[in-house]
Design a protein around this ligand. Structure first.
Ligand SMILES: [Zn+2]
Length: 249
């Protein structure tokens, strides 16, 4: 296992820096109370060194499982980078180079977006709640509104997250999800419902106009694989991976 997983489109566009961190880079979120801030700061600095960037160029919001996607710029450089920041939302978009968008997760879906013409990037944290609230639509529409980006030109990657092998839910949660997914991406075994959030997210991206060949889904499961997992490690104890994207010039 490497320290960071890189989407395929990063190979095609070498100006991109980022990817999905693995537990080898340690906890990446300042909201985990059992990890001292200085320890997470060291982990962020290590992550930045691996990416060949400065940790002071990260921008990272406080996550709330909503659908808010924020447009960030020069004035936000370093916000939430090396200490808890002031931005609140679950997604970031920017067209500013050398600004590296960072969200964290431990089972929820990490998403990275890139549009090469406008040189725009986005990073999202999308769990079941964010998906149902429409965070993917919000992100794609905002990139259209602010940068006149057409979804067919977007590249997207969905990183390691809890998969249908481990994401068991109760009937009520399942019924709520059914309305979103149209009854698809739900599995039943041994008296339990299981959801395929990554599958549903990819389908939503295709509905929004992204092209099949430009949406990559990593198959790794955070819960039964070698990743931090909230489901497996417990709400009090879990640590987090980072997903990062930015253009280095
Ligand atoms: Zn699993």
């Amino acid at each position: 296992m490497g320290v960071i997983l890189r989407p395929r489109f990063f190979v095609e566009f070498p100006q991109l820096r980022g990817g999905f961190s693995t537990p080898l880079l340690g906890n990446q979120s300042f909201s985990r109370s059992r990890v001292p801030v200085h320890r997470t700061r060291l982990n962020r600095e290590h992550l930045a060194r691996v990416l060949g960037i400065s940790a002071e160029d990260f921008v990272s919001p406080q996550l709330v499982h909503g659908k808010e996607v924020l447009l960030v710029g020069e004035e936000h450089r370093g916000n939430g980078a090396l200490a808890p920041g002031t931005l609140v939302g679950d997604g970031l978009i920017t067209g500013v180079p050398n600004l590296f968008l960072l969200t964290t997760q431990a089972d929820c879906l990490p998403l990275l977006f890139w549009e090469p013409q406008a040189q725009v990037v986005a990073a999202l944290h999308a769990g079941r709640r964010g998906l149902l609230k429409g965070i993917l639509r919000e992100a794609v529409e905002k990139m259209g509104d602010f940068f006149a980006i057409s979804p067919e030109f977007l590249y997207a990657a969905i990183g390691p997250s809890i998969r249908r092998c481990c994401y068991g839910v109760d009937r009520e949660t399942c019924e709520e999800f059914r309305k979103f997914s149209g009854g698809r991406y739900i599995y039943f075994r041994e008296d339990q419902f299981y959801l395929d959030l990554a599958g549903a997210a990819k389908a939503e991206l295709l509905r929004l106009g992204l092209r099949q060949e430009r949406v990559e889904v990593f198959s790794e499961c955070t819960c039964c694989g070698p990743y931090f997992s909230a489901r497996r490690d417990g709400q009090q104890n879990f640590l987090t991976q980072a997903n990062v994207i930015g253009v280095k010039v």
